[in-house]
Each structure stands twice: as C-alpha cells, then as structure tokens.
Design a binder for this molecule. Sequence first.
Ligand SMILES: C[S@@+](CC[C@H](N)C(=O)[O-])C[C@H]1O[C@@H](n2cnc3c(N)ncnc32)[C@H](O)[C@@H]1O
Length: 299
Amino acid sequence: MLIFKLQSYLEAIASDASLYEKGNFEKRSEAIDFIGFGVIDQIDEYLLETTSPTLLQLRQHAEKVRSALEETDQQLFQHIQSNIRQGGYSGTAFKALITKYVDFNVHDPISQEEVGYDNLDVLINGLSLFQTMPEQTKDLEPEMVYYQKTPARIVFELVEKSFIRQEDVFFDIGAGLGQVAILVNLLTGIPTKGIEFEPAFCDYARDCAASLNLSDVNFSNVDAREADYSEGTIFFMFTPFHGEILQAVLEILRQESLQRKIKIITYGPCTAQVALQNWLQAAAPAENNAYKLGIFSSF
Ligand SMILES: C[S@@+](CC[C@H](N)C(=O)[O-])C[C@H]1O[C@@H](n2cnc3c(N)ncnc32)[C@H](O)[C@@H]1O
C-alpha cells in the first residue's frame, strides 16, 4: 500500500512537465523538498525494518527524479549568473529578476524569533559557483562568533530600509563567505567591502565576486579591530562578535562618525549592545527581537 502511494506521488512529479520549466523555481523547490522528506525519508524509515528490493528500486527512482529537478535549477542558476557576469542586472533590474522566480514582499511582517531560511536563500545560494563551504583554518577568540549566513530576505529588507545613496560605501563587518556584500552590491550598485578574520572565507568570497565580474565588491582578510573603515558610510554586522571586541569596534566606528555621518545596521544579539551607544540614534523604536534588523545612525 505504502509503495503504491509513494510510487504514484513520484510519478505525478516526474510527469509534470511544468516542473522542468526554469521559471517554475518555487514549485520545483516544493517538489524537491517533498521527494526528500515525503518520499526518501519515508522509504528509509521502512528500510530500517525490512529489506525490500522494490522499496530500494523506488528509492533509486526518487533520487533520479530529484536529480533531474536539481539539474533544471542548475540551468536556472547558470542563466542568472551569466546575466550578472555580463553586467545586465544590477539594482532594480536584479531585484526584478529575482522576484520573477521567488514571490516575496520585503514589507511582509514575518516575525522571526530565530534565523530562518527559505526559497529565496536557495536561489541566492545558487548564484555562487562554489558550493562547498571552505574549512576554517584559524581558531576564533572566545568573543568571536562562528559563521552563519544572514538570510537573503533580511539583506533585501536592509536595502529597502536603509535609504542607500549612490555615494554610500557599504561594509559587512565579519563578512563570512561574502554573500551580504555581493547581494548589496547587486541590489544597489554601490561599492561594498567585507572584513573577515578567516582567510579561507575571505578567499572564497573574493572568488565568488570575481566569478560574477563584480569589481566593486572587495574583501579584506583582517581582524575587524585592525580594519580601515575610512571609506565606509554604512556598516552592517550580523553579530560577528560580542563583549569587548564589539565595544572596541564600535569605538573605532564612533571615531569615524566624527568625520562623516554613518549608519550601523545590525542583525542578531549584537543589536542590544549597539542600541546602548549614546552616539547613535535608532531609526525605528527598538524592538525586543534580535532577529529584526536594527538601523542606527550617528548624530
Ligand atoms: C555570524 S557570521 C556573519 C557572516 C556574514 N556577515 C553574513 O551575514 O552572511 C560572523 C562572521 O564574523 C567573522 N568574525 C568573527 N570575529 C571577527 C573579527 N574579529 N574580525 C573579522 N571577522 C570576524 C566570523 O569568522 C564569521 O564569518
């Protein structure tokens, strides 16, 4: 009975031609998830109790159907990458391209109590030619925070809410694999810079930017306490560190703010410490939710 049910689900997916059209990215993502969780995981559970050649065959078939769908995704990613590389898509054109494939509205109030990823992340992750996470080569100090990616939806929201001007220069402090700096450049056209402590992450981020021909996206492999911020006007932090390191970097930014007005945008638990700085004003009343963007500007 179970085999019959899973088989018919799988056949319905395999024979749905619309799933193999590049444009149907969200529908395809749902089908890929369903094959993983609804079919393969179920088969694996049954295979723990019984050895059935038919179930094993069905599992292989499910893997094959999933690979074919993933192959269509790869074609879509290559199509978007090649458009970016040729310089055809930046600013509103890039946003329009992405919203063609993923239906979302940055103004939708989604209440997040933790970091959450969705189909937009799958699409944006696909823009990177390098899919294997590099190994960390340096130990972090106790107050430094391990790599975790800012959800792509949050980066779109950041661009929407921070009133970016063409003369702005954006810094991602603790840039990880570079996705925030790359996306902000694609969405706005302004120069972006990433500061990252881990050399392997920095190399990866540079390779990604180079593979997309983004010459205005640069990364420095340096401790945030030693970085040169003299060109920056907007500084983003997805909690790269806390405690004394955060305070030391905020003091450097305060010094920069004596030269020009700056904005600091935060995500994650560091927002609470940034909100305490008396040289910054919050753009919106502070909310008691670390996973909402904090937007601050110097006086
Ligand atoms: C939570 S991740 C954020 C990554 C990236 N900003 C993003 O949102 O996708 C924090 C990053 O900060 C880096 N980091 C931690 N301490 C640092 C320091 N003192 N200087 C520069 N980078 C640091 C970590 O290696 C890690 O990649």
